[in-house]
Write a protein of this length. Structure first.
Ligand code: LMR
Length: 391
């Protein structure tokens, strides 16, 4: 039976982790998978997480089951950061813990499909796993162009996609720090998107995986909040893997917004049933560590300081790249206006391969670079290599 299967290629992005590890050059640069790195190139455990984990070791008295919705202390503690002071937006939001942001996106897609969604509009390029998830559950997906060649948002294409959407369609939006382009919508553009969604009734799914790594925690939630204030129903997929540095612990949450309590309850019961059938219960450890941080003022401050440091460092890298301007055949100036961990360089697959083979610089074949992989010690080498390969 198993011989009927076709071999799948390994995930191209995750394959870079091994390729990079196997390269013996000491001046190699990893701009592949999206993890934050310090100026020394490390991805340390947050001090706030270490402290929270210590408290768990000292105080956690049971590891008994919690249920498909996971740790509701964690889920609720996050809500003011995502949705604002009125954390349930007037009682319209219910959430549950998921295995990472991917678990939340998967649950959102599966629940939307169960409720009759037939196709999902999605700006391209996007995180490659988005398309994989939608294809895997046989949800049709309709692309629109997220960004223009000058490195700004293609708002006309977004609005056209929303306005021309067929019935039973949804739209996937990145709440902030777009992966892979780093191209954000302005607040006027978010307003226009929210208005268009409200007019057409297309169902919004907002994936927020990098809150706090763009302009700031509040700033990065503004677009999402402006859409939610205008529409009757939505799904929100949330990841703590980056903004708490919990990558391999898989810490995420899925939120449902509905105007009617009975509808919200019904949708939540279906999300619970899908979660039970998928992973039964989410892994607990990361969520409990985040909960410990968010319910302690001192740990919360420590976490916020760590986030500030990360954001400021990435801003410095972006400024340095933007100052380089035209570099060979690539204009690096737009990277200064973009946000978050990623930007896309307009380079060919062949140029990506040459950067890897000749210069030990690892990036996705799409030209996506992880900004945090650059630092003041390797950025000049990177700029010179880009000039060399694209000039
Ligand atoms: C990335 O885009 O590099 C991260 O979200 C890691 C992943 O799972 O792909």
């Amino acid at each position: 039976m198993l011989n009927r299967l076709e071999t799948q290629s390994p995930d191209a992005l995750l394959a870079l982790i091994k390729l990079y590890a196997d390269d013996s050059r000491t001046d190699k640069i990893d701009l592949g998978v999206g993890v934050y790195r310090t100026d020394d190139g490390d991805t340390p455990v947050f001090a706030a997480i270490k402290a929270a984990e210590q408290r768990l070791v000292d105080n956690q008295d049971s590891k008994s089951y919690l249920g498909p919705e996971g740790d509701m202390g964690f889920v609720n503690a996050l809500m003011p950061y995502i949705f604002g002071d009125d954390a349930t937006m007037g009682g319209r939001i219910a959430g549950m813990q998921t295995p990472g942001g991917t678990g939340a996106v998967r649950l959102a897609a599966a629940l939307a499909q169960k409720a009759g969604l037939e196709r999902l509009y999605m700006g391209t390029p996007s995180w490659p796993n988005h398309a994989q998830i939608f294809r895997d559950i046989a949800l049709e997906f309709a692309p629109f162009e997220h960004a223009k060649a000058d490195g700004t948002a293609n708002i006309d294409d977004v609005l056209e996609a929303i306005r021309s959407a067929q019935p039973n369609s949804g739209i996937l939006l990145h709440g902030c720090c777009h992966n892979p382009t780093g191209v954000e919508y302005t607040s006027a553009q978010w307003d226009a998107i929210g208005d268009a969604i409200a007019e057409t009734g297309i169902f919004p799914i907002i994936d927020t995986a990098y809150q706090g790594l763009g302009d700031g925690l509040e700033e990065d939630a503004a677009g999402l909040r402006s859409v939610l204030a205008k529409v009757p129903e939505a799904f929100i997929a949330y990841s703590c893997d980056k903004n708490f540095g919990m990558y391999r612990d898989r810490v995420g949450a899925f939120y449902i917004m509905a105007n009617d309590q009975a509808v919200l309850d019904k949708a939540f019961s279906n999300a619970n049933a899908l979660a039970r059938a998928s992973w039964s219960m989410p892994p607990d450890h990361g969520g409990s560590a985040v909960r410990e941080i968010l319910r302690d003022g001192e740990l919360t401050r420590l976490w916020l300081d760590e986030l500030d440091t990360m954001r400021e460092r990435m801003r410095q890298v972006r400024t340095r790249l933007a100052d380089a301007g035209q570099t060979g055949g690539v204009d690096l100036a737009p990277l200064g206006q973009q946000n978050g961990l990623f930007s896309v360089l307009p380079v060919s697959k062949e140029q990506v391969a040459t950067l890897r083979e000749d210069h030990g610089i690892y990036m996705a074949a799409s030209g996506r670079i992880n900004i945090a992989g650059l630092n003041m010690g390797n950025i000049d080498k990177f700029i010179a290599a880009v000039a060399d390969v694209t000039g």
